[in-house]
Design a protein around this ligand. Structure first.
Ligand code: URA
Length: 218
């Protein structure tokens, strides 16, 4: 498979020089950390079982960039994985470690940008470049029915990856739209900032997942 059609970047992916350099600096500082593009988290039943894809923003510095698994090791993961378990989309116990044995059920989790960005803020060119991997990630799931995007950046990049127009498919919390044959759900990002400021409550987040779980059963 050529680099352009691979759903996973190389460990030393050079496509975004700023992110490559940032990770290189953290490899020096914290050699025990993962410090590389974070791969998509898959269920044990494999990609054919995936009906729902969750798209986050980018790895957190001390979260996924440290542990190597999306949303693992920072606050956003506590809320996300707790909610997934509650709705039957994951099983086991989430202990914020990649070896905690937590298993996804019919669900995969990826990020719009695979490398940790400084200040948690990828720039437009990085988001566009990393769509090189988001597109084949979406395409690899033959039985995909729904995508949940967390936050407006993930939403917009996913709309573009599906061949849609952002102006026609705007982000809104609780949104449900059709794009490229997929039902696209959207939520505010489950970051600590959003929950601390009341932008997103646990109830709002759980309600999005209840709607998705019901959709997947229909
Ligand atoms: N961790 C991730 O992997 N993605 C996010 O968007 C936030 C935290």
């Amino acid at each position: 498979m050529s680099a352009a059609s691979s759903p996973e970047p190389d460990r030393d992916c050079p496509l975004c020089p700023r992110l490559h350099d940032f990770i290189a600096a953290w490899r020096e500082r914290e050699p025990g950390w993962f410090n590389a593009p974070v791969p998509t988290f898959l269920p044990p039943e494999g990609e054919v079982s995936v009906k729902l894809l969750i798209v986050g923003l980018a790895p957190g510095l001390r979260g996924a960039n440290r542990t190597g698994r999306p949303f693992t090791g920072d606050y956003a993961g506590d809320l996300l994985y707790g909610t997934l378990i509650g709705q039957g989309l994951a099983r086991g116990e989430f202990k914020a470690r990649p070896d905690d044995g937590l298993e996804l059920v019919g669900t995969a989790i990826t990020n719009a940008v695979r490398c940790v960005p400084p200040e948690n803020k990828p720039v437009g060119a990085e988001i566009a470049t990393c769509r090189t991997f988001l597109k084949p990630t979406i395409a690899r799931f033959a039985n995909l029915r729904a995508i949940l995007t967390l936050g407006s950046i993930a939403h917009q990049s996913t709309v573009r990856a599906l061949g849609g127009r952002v102006a026609a498919l705007p982000f809104r919390h609780g949104g449900r739209q059709e794009a490229g044959g997929i039902t696209l759900f959207s939520s505010y990002h489950c970051s600590r900032y959003n929950t601390n400021t009341g932008v997103l409550t646990e109830e709002m987040f759980v309600n999005v997942f209840k709607e998705i779980a019901a959709f997947l059963k229909s």
